[in-house]
Structures are given as C-alpha cells and as structure tokens.
Design a binder for this molecule. Structure first.
Ligand SMILES: [Zn+2]
Length: 461
C-alpha cells in the first residue's frame, strides 16, 4: 500500500522552490537503473513470483557497492523472500535504525495497461510501471543512498538495517517474520508511508508523516433460518434480520478518540481549514467526545477515520432462489479500529449494537495485528522537518494516522516506534498506486537521495 495520510487535513497555498542542481550524480543514475531493473521483476504473489530474484539482484548491487555479503540475509518464505541488509555502525551497543520497505507489488494485468506494467518506460519525465510508485521507487533511491554513503566512506555511529519485506501487499508473513527477529531498534523509518502532496500546479501543500495506523478487521454477520416456500412467508426471515442489523450498525457511531499523532494533525489542520471545519477541529481537540464537532468532522470522508473507530458494511450475500424464503443472509462489516481498542472489543460492540440473539458474528482472520501509536519524537520530527524544508521551505509537516495496514504495524506491535517518511511529493492526478499506468515523476530521485542522506546521517551521527 502507499497512501498519503492526512492530506485532507490541510488545503493551503504557499510558495516553495523545486529547482535544484544534481548533488549525488552517481547515486541518482544508480537509483534510476535500480528502479528500471526492479520494475522488470514480476514480484507478484503466486506462481512465477520473482521477489526472490529481485532480492538477489538487490543483494548483488549492495555487495558491489561495498556491503559485506555476510551482512545481507535473504530468507525464503513460501513463494517469496525477505531481505535484511546491515550497514554496520561503530557503536555496537547502540540500538540500530531500521528502514522498512517492500519488494512485492500488486498484480497488474498487461491487457488493461496502456504500457506493459513490467517493462519500465521513461516518458515525459515520468517512469511508468507496476511498482513505479508503490514502492520500488523509494526502495531504489534508498538502496542508492546507502551505496552512496559507502562510496563517501561514511561510518554511522549505530547499525542501519534495511528490512525489505516480500509480501506487504498480501499476507505479510515476511514482515511478521522480520519483526520477530528485528525488534530492538531505536526506531524504524518506513519509506513506504508518509509523503507529500502537490496541488495541480505543482505547488507543495502538505507533508504527511505517518506515526500511527488503525487496525484493519473484518467481521462476518450471519443469520440463518429454516426457510420455506416464498408463497407462505414466516415471521422470521434471515434477510430482514440482517437488514435490521445493518440499519443499527449504520446508525451507530463509535466514540470520538484522539492520540498524539491525530492531535498534532488536527492542531495543524485547524490553522488552515475553512472556518467551520477549523472550529470543529478546535472543539474536537478540546473534547474528542463533542457531538457537534464530531458531526462536522465525520461528514468529511477524509477526516472521519481520524476521529475514532469506523465500521461499514462492504458486502452482502443472501438467499438461494427467487421463490424461496432465505435460509442464510450474511454481510461483511469492515472496521478500521483506533489504536488502543482491540479487535475483540469491536466484535463485542457490534454484537451489542445489533442486540439480536439470532446473530452469529465471526471475526475473520485479516492477517493484521493491533499496534500502538508511535510517540512524536522531537528529534525525529526536527530531522524530518529540516529535511523536507530544505527542499520546500515552510510546507506544513503533519503527523498522520493511516487507515492500516502497513509493514510498520508489525514493528510497532513489537515496541519499535515507526514512522512513514517517504519524501516523494506527487499531484493527486499522478497517483496511480495499485492502479493502471502507475507512474512517478523522475524529479523526485535527486531530492529523495539528499533527504535520505540527511535523515540517516542525522540519526547515526
Ligand atoms: Zn506499499
């Protein structure tokens, strides 16, 4: 996944400058080469998954760039693999800095694309291909940055460990496995999260730093009934029971909640939102249970998720014949749970809201874990702000909670504070992650390398 979190919080205009000279020419050329070669690996889950080959390719590039082969691990899991590459630091006792990304991509059907998704194409200042945005771009610029630091003879004070998962878009088994082994880090930089938004004229609007994510959960509601002939309706009907249950869930609002990350986002948002929205944000900050403020904020699809747990019906399936009473009616309720509330607690709430003893409620296995919000560390916030402002002075840096589920949740669940910090700024009209004709402007390569160097050196001085 790759979602710019919190973009809806702020809509503002200010001036920045994007012009810059080449600063790391070798790394820039290498990042583009890594990206082109990377897109050509079909790293899609299932038969023919080339993630292990891509991992081997990345390892070869890192070794050629000065990494000790003994510091690079590739571990297979099912049809995929994960890669860990250690850049050794001088202080063996210091906790490492982790960098998280993923090598796999979402499926792409060539017949649906204008250009072949697994043939990298550079055109009009963009690179096209599956993974061009999510997320071989950031992975390539990061690998090129690490090699550039080696080239410059940089010695970090602590280990820097790149952790590249192989199934972030699907089962996340590789991420779970890595988090089992790498959970003593000082913090984790997730380069698959965060990011900046440009308006349609190319002006930077906001930079979102992902510091928390909600827990993804699906619940199946089922009503069953003996059924019978539709010419003789019975008092109890599985479809009506389900419809009543759904109406109750539709009407139910989870309480307003706030944490450090969303608080910082609303403080920033209140400075720039229109007056009604800004007033609602301030009222919500003063009292997250303020019903009037919640009503205003929750009328905005881009904001509702930041105010608490949400649950919504996403699928229904009922009946077996047009002339029979239904024997079964089921619905899927998809929830995005605010950090701090358990999946089981939401199941209990849904059952209580429906209040029908005939309801069977089952929690589906979504392959996710609940994770706490990460603390807003002043040292990291300053580094990220300085790094982004070096390119776009004054752009608001807005901490944000994403809707789930990124690799970060596995590390947060193990106690590693994790932050989505990708430096890529894109226009809404250029965002095609997971979609057709995915593309990213090449203009992001050079500033990404400058920013990653600044961040890594700042954290390992
Ligand atoms: Zn992603």
């Amino acid at each position: 996944m790759r979602v710019l979190a919190g973009a809806a919080l702020v809509a503002m205009a200010f001036t920045g400058t994007a012009a810059r000279a080449q600063q790391n020419p070798q790394a820039e050329a290498q990042a583009l080469e890594l990206l082109k070669r990377g897109i050509a690996f079909r790293t899609v889950a299932g038969p023919g998954n080339q993630t292990p080959d891509y991992a081997a390719y990345l390892k070869a590039q890192l070794v050629a760039g000065g990494f000790d082969p003994a510091d690079i691990r590739i571990e297979r899991i099912d049809d995929t693999a994960w890669l860990a590459a250690r850049y050794p630091g001088t202080d063996k006792a210091a906790k490492p800095i982790y960098i998280s990304g993923h090598m796999d991509v979402v499926e792409a059907k060539p017949e649906d694309w204008t250009r072949d998704p697994f043939t990298p194409i550079v055109e009009n200042g963009y690179i096209f291909g599956r993974g061009a945005t999510d997320m071989k771009y950031d992975l390539s610029t990061m690998v090129a940055t690490l090699i550039q630091l080696k080239r410059e003879g940089y010695r970090p004070s602590r280990d820097i460990i790149l952790l590249a998962s192989g199934d972030e878009e699907t089962s996340m088994k590789t991420t779970a496995a890595m988090a089992e082994q790498y959970h003593d880090g000082e913090l984790l930089l997730n380069i698959d999260g965060g990011g900046g938004a440009l308006d349609e004229h190319g002006k930077p609007e906001i930079f979102g730093l992902q510091g928390a994510e909600k827990t993804y959960a699906d619940y199946e509601l089922t009503f069953t009934n003996p059924g019978g002939h539709s010419s003789a309706p019975t008092k109890s009907n599985a479809i009506y029971s389900l419809a009543h249950a759904l109406a109750k869930i539709e009407a139910y609002q989870f309480p307003g909640e706030i944490n450090d990350i969303t608080r910082a986002g609303f403080v920033q948002g209140a400075k720039t939102a229109d007056p009604e929205m800004a007033a609602a944000m301030r009222a919500f900050l003063a009292n997250p249970r303020d019903a009037k403020a919640l009503a205003v904020l929750r009328s905005e699809p881009g904001l509702i998720g930041q105010t608490g747990t949400t649950c919504v019906a996403t699928m229904v399936n009922a009946g077996h014949a047009t002339n029979a009473l239904p024997q079964r009616a089921t619905a899927n309720i998809n929830c995005r749970i605010f950090p701090g509330t358990s999946v089981a607690a939401v199941a209990a709430t849904l059952a209580k809201v429906v209040g029908d003893p005939e309801l069977k409620l089952r929690t589906l296995d979504s392959g996710t874990v609940a994770s706490p919000a990460s603390p807003l560390r002043p040292d990291l916030m300053k580094l990220v702000s300085d790094g982004i402002h070096a390119r776009f002075p004054g752009v608001p840096i807005v901490p944000a909670m994403s809707a789930g589920a990124s690799d970060s949740m596995w590390f947060r669940a193990k106690g590693v504070p994790s932050y989505g910090v990708s430096p890529i700024f894109m226009k809404g009209s250029d965002s095609f992650a997971h979609g057709l004709n995915e593309r990213t402007p090449l203009s992001e390569i050079a500033p990404s390398i400058v920013y990653y160097k600044f961040l890594l050196q700042g954290l390992t001085k």
